[in-house]
Design a binder for this molecule. Structure first.
Ligand SMILES: [Zn+2]
Length: 129
């Protein structure tokens, strides 16, 4: 079947609105990414570092932490890169992919920051509703 942008966008809107419980296809995810509507989480810059948030996960309920870690681990691969990313705190190699749930995007093994360094950034709980 030829690619029909209007139809794909309609399917995408259906997924995003929660009407369609099926996970988005790779093509839909590409559309989301191009539109820059995925919310990036647990990406760092020189000014926005994980060191600012170390220990904050201890103030979050164990149940929420556990659900967020599970959601991060359950993400679908969105993009693969050639280079390996390392933890900004302990330098452990984490991976070379971005994962998504269709609404957010995060680096592979981002849960490492939570489980190993008790990092928690504002809004992380939105991953689990
Ligand atoms: Zn680390």
């Amino acid at each position: 079947m030829p690619f029909d942008l209007e139809r794909e966008i309609e399917k995408l809107e259906s997924v995003r609105s929660g009407r369609d419980p099926k996970p988005p296809t790779h093509r839909q995810l590409d559309i989301i990414l191009r539109d820059e509507r995925l919310v990036p989480i647990l990406y760092w810059t020189e000014a926005y570092t994980p060191q600012h948030f170390v220990g904050r996960a201890n103030a979050v309920s164990a149940s929420i932490r556990k659900r967020v870690v599970a959601a991060l681990q359950a993400g679908e691969v969105l993009t693969n890169y050639k280079g390996l990313a390392a933890c900004r705190i302990c330098k452990k190699l984490l991976g070379s992919s971005d994962l998504t749930d269709g609404k957010h995007v995060w680096p592979y093994k981002a849960e490492h920051y939570i489980t190993e360094h008790q990092v928690w950034v504002p809004g992380l709980e939105n991953l689990v509703g």
